[in-house]
Design a binder for this molecule. Structure first.
Ligand SMILES: [Zn+2]
Length: 103
């Protein structure tokens, strides 16, 4: 389970939006009074957006980033104290070790 970087809700899927730009046409009556539609411009470019299902905010702009986000294992860093005990049974040293714990 991963968390939305924006709202911190736990998420296991994202909503993918594919955005296409519309064609631009002009409409008019020609000299014979016929209705005409003429294509002017159009852009093939489309972009992807991946949004959080909870807050609907943009969290990734490509599939790799979306996969990376959903694959992320949430880890928590915790200090663990490791004690060394010598042969006589007395604690000789206590060393704090920073450990990554998967939640
Ligand atoms: Zn969110």
């Amino acid at each position: 389970m991963t968390k939305c970087p924006r709202c911190k809700a736990e998420i296991n899927y994202l909503i993918k939006y594919e955005i296409y730009d519309a064609d631009e046409t002009i409409v008019f009556f020609d000299k014979d009074k016929k209705w005409k539609e003429e294509w002017v411009d159009g852009v093939n470019f489309f972009s992807e957006e991946y949004r959080c299902p909870h807050c609907n905010k943009l969290v990734a702009r490509d599939e790799d980033r979306a996969k990376e986000l959903l694959n992320k294992t949430i880890t928590k860093k915790e200090d663990v104290l490791v004690a060394s005990i010598d042969a006589s049974g007395t604690i000789s040293s206590v060393t704090p070790i920073r450990k990554e714990i998967s939640l």
